[in-house]
Structure formats: C-alpha cells, structure tokens
Design a protein around this ligand. Structure first.
Ligand code: G3I
Length: 448
C-alpha cells in the first residue's frame, strides 16, 4: 500500500476525495494491505478507539497510523474529561488525539456528548431548568471547539435499559427532563455543527430485540417528525454471553431502511484463533452487505489496553502481532491476501473465508471443523482445501463433499452451498492421528 493511496483512503473518509477515484487509485496502484485502505476500497472507514495516554508509545502509534482511517477518543471527549466543573472546559487530552489524527490524515468520531456515565457529580445535582441549560451548553462547548473536525458525533449514548421493557434508562437527563431530552440534544447538536453526522449509540441493540425495537421506534418517530438524526451506532461488544446475533445484518438493514446511516462503533469480540476470526468475518460481512453501513470502529488497538483485556477481543495482540482475526477482517474487506479484489457490495464480486477449529480431541484422534463465511455478497457455492499432516487419515466427514489428492482434501458443499452475505456454514471431519497431533492447514476459500 503506497503512502499516496493510504492518504487518499483517509481523505475519502473525510469526504475530500470521491470514493470512486480512491477505488480506482487503489486498484491501479496495488492491492490494499491495511484495514483502512481495504475498507476505503469498499467505500467505508475502519477506525479504532484511541487513548491519548498511549500516543507516546512507538508500537502503538505505528500500528494506529498504519492501519486505521478513523479514530474515536476512548474517554477523552466524555463529560468528566471535558467539563469537570460547570462551564470550565478542558480539551488537552482530546486535542492531542484530534491533532494526531489530523496530522496523519485520519478522521475522528466524537464520543460522546450526553451519557449517564462518566458524568461529573455537579451535573447530577442540578435542577431541571439548570440541567437543560447545562446539557445544551455542554453540546455547544464541545461541538463548537471541534466544529468541522468530527465526521460523526455520538450525541446521546445508552439511553435505553436492557431487558424486555424497552424503557428509557434512569439518568439525571431522563429523570429530570423526560423523554424529550434526546430530541433536544439532537436539535442543539445540529445547530452547533451542521456538517457533522449525528448518531444515537447503544449496546445490546445489535440484533432484533426489545431494546433495539425501542431505539428503532424512536428513530422512526424522529424521522417522521424531522428531528435531526443521521446515524445509529451499534457498539457490538461480543463474547460468549453476548455472541454476534444471527440477525445482525437484518437489524442493521432495518435501521438503514428508516433513512439513517448505520455504523459499528465499538466492536470487540472476546476469544481467539479461528473462532474469533469467524465472528469478525460475520460482522464485517454484515456491514458490507448494508449499503448505508458507512464504517466500523474496533474498541482499541491492542488486546493489552482493551477494557476487556482478559478476553483478548481485538485484532492485535500485546506485541502488536496481527491475529487471525486481523487476517479475517482484511480478507473480508477484500484486502491483500484476501479472497478477491475489493468490490462494492452489489457489484457481484463474491468471496468467502474459511477458518478452522479443533472441536474435540482424544489420544488417537480429533474432530476438526471448518467454518465458511460469505463476504459482502451472497454465494451459491464454495470450495475450501484442508492439508493434513502425512500420517493422518480422515475417517468421516459431514456437511461437505470431499475429494482427496495426496495430503490435500478439497471440500465442496453437500446441501449447504448457498449463503447470504455474511452468513456462515461449517463442515466437520474426524481424523485418526496415527502418531501426529499436528493441526491441518486450511487454504483460502473460493466462492461462486
Ligand atoms: O483516568 C483514571 C486514572 O486517573 C485512575 O488512576 C484510574 C483508576 O481506576 O482510572 C482512570 O479512569 C478509567 C478510565 O477508563 C480511563 O482509563 C476509569 O477508571 C475506567 O472506568 C474507564 O473505563 C472506560 C469505560 O468506558 C467507563 O465507562 C473504558 O476505558 C472505556 O473503554 C469504556 O468505553 C465504553 C464506551 O464509552 C461506551 N460503551 C461501552 C464502552 C465499554 O464500557
């Protein structure tokens, strides 16, 4: 990836260069080999949360600058960091991130203006009238300071409760100003920086459920009444208790169909290896399948600094090595080493990824599973290769049709060739070790 193409990629996310020109430039130069450039080839940004305190670390900053086209300050734009005393604004840490991003040609997401958490105590002690004034003053203070510098603002964050009720969450804003505080925040934000996209951002709204239904109904109401809202952020913090929902893409699409952009704003997926990689592939495939999904942000550069560091949920390990999840994301974005040329969703360029997991193990054998995930287009068939260590033999295989040539087993679908964009299937097999416990190698997936 040449520096020129990387700069063009970043300029495109900032709206300075037409995406088509960028795509042509990227194709004529070389295949995209970073997350930001590959995403730009798909007309998207690929961002990360950043902490100002780590910007002095060479490996952190080198990885950030090389790979990402957008940054979100992880904590530095929150209310406690920017207005610790009423009317006293401090922008030192946030400015550090914005200045760094701008000097590297990266775009910036603003996070977040009105949130019940990381709120200084003085806000909670105000009466209703003062609180309304303080909320609007805070929005004007931040958006005024960064006017023209922020591509999207999380205007209101996490205003709905979890659980089945779809109710609003108790907060000083909700309790004292009522449901109307969200609408008022968006109206104030539009006037403060008319060029910024205004987002509502939340978690556990990634699939269709009571909470996402409540947000959906609010957005629908806003659109019908002309309340200024441009985008909905889906935080997408996933782990074993909260896996990537099977209706993730459909949920993104139903919001997009309301006439707003959708963005994946705080993506992280606990896990490791091929299972984690397959989950990342699903998320990227879902975004690429929804034309109004304008970009993705992972919630940190390295596992070490993640808010869920013990769950190793990010794309780079503690030594800034690219994890299998990184390779899967780059491939799903159509980047170098991926299954095909970058193509806009809808242009018919089909792709898939194959990831391997050992699902059972005993002294003389093991079960392997290969998960096939479609890229940004639906596919009607796929082919994957599995190369086995010489001693090993396959005694059975299910949900796939194998042909074997020497150590290489080529597997095609049995009943499961047709996959929607971002959807997955898997085949499994039982292996006799015959003295070798080594793992098989799974080659690139090809799709048609
Ligand atoms: O800066 C202080 C430091 O001075 C102090 O010594 C230290 C002691 O604990 O705390 C430091 O503050 C911490 C801050 O992160 C900065 O590192 C806070 O304790 C800690 O609670 C805070 O956590 C942040 C969390 O939001 C707070 O709600 C995480 O970094 C941040 O990743 C997380 O991000 C949120 C999004 O904003 C909204 N969606 C959920 C997401 C994950 O929780």
């Amino acid at each position: 990836m040449s520096m020129i193409v990387r700069r063009l990629a970043r300029a495109a996310t900032a709206g300075l260069v037409a995406a088509a020109a960028l795509t042509a430039a990227a194709h004529s130069a070389e295949a995209a080999d970073t997350l930001g450039s590959a995403a730009a080839g798909q007309g998207r940004y690929f961002g990360t949360a950043v902490a100002a305190s780590h910007l002095g670390e060479a490996d952190y900053t080198a990885t950030l600058d090389r790979e990402f086209s957008s940054v979100t300050p992880e904590n530095e734009m929150k209310w406690d960091a920017t207005e610790p005393g009423r009317g006293t604004f401090t922008f030192t840490s946030a400015d550090r991130i914005v200045d760094h991003a701008r000097s590297e040609g990266m775009d910036v997401r603003g996070h977040t203006l009105v949130w019940h958490s990381q709120l200084p105590s003085w806000v909670g002690s105000l009466g209703a009238s003062d609180l309304r004034t303080a909320m609007n003053n805070h929005i004007n203070g931040l958006m005024g300071h960064y006017k023209g510098e922020i591509h999207s603002w999380d205007v209101v964050n996490e205003a709905f409760q979890d659980g089945g009720s779809g109710a609003r969450r108790s907060s000083p804003f909700q309790d004292k100003l009522g449901d109307g505080f969200i609408e008022e925040a968006f109206r104030t934000a539009r006037a403060a920086d008319p060029a910024a996209k205004l987002c509502y951002n939340d978690y556990n709204t990634d699939g269709v459920n009571a909470k996402s239904n409540a947000v959906y109904n609010m957005v629908k109401d806003f659109k019908s009444r002309g309340v200024p809202i441009d985008c909905v952020g889906f935080q997408s913090h996933f782990n074993g208790n909260s896996p990537v929902p099977s209706d993730y893409r459909q949920n993104l699409q139903r919001f997009a169909d309301l006439g707003v952009d959708v963005q994946i704003t705080e993506l992280d997926i606990e896990g490791s290896g091929s299972a984690q990689a397959a989950d990342y592939t699903k998320v990227v495939g879902a975004c690429l399948a929804v034309s109004r999904c304008t970009g993705m942000t992972v919630w940190g550069v390295t596992d070490t600094y993640s808010w869920r560091s013990s769950g190793t949920p990010l794309l780079f390990d503690g030594n800034y090595n690219e994890k299998p999840a990184y390779d899967a994301v780059l491939a799903a974005l159509g980047g170098a080493g991926g299954p095909g040329e970058p193509g806009d969703p809808g242009d018919g360029a089909v792709s898939c990824t194959a990831t391997y997991t050992r699902t059972a193990d005993w002294s003389s054998g093991y079960n392997g599973q290969v998960t096939i995930t479609a890229g940004g287009e639906p596919i009607s068939s796929w082919t994957a290769t599995v190369t086995l260590p010489a001693q090993q033999t396959v005694s059975s295989l299910w949900n796939g049709t194998p042909t074997r040539s020497g150590d290489v087993m080529t597997v095609r679908p049995s009943w499961n060739g047709t996959l929607a964009a971002g959807a997955s299937t898997s085949f499994g097999f039982t292996v006799a070790k015959n003295g070798s416990d080594a793992a098989p190698t799974v080659g690139a997936c090809t799709a048609s």
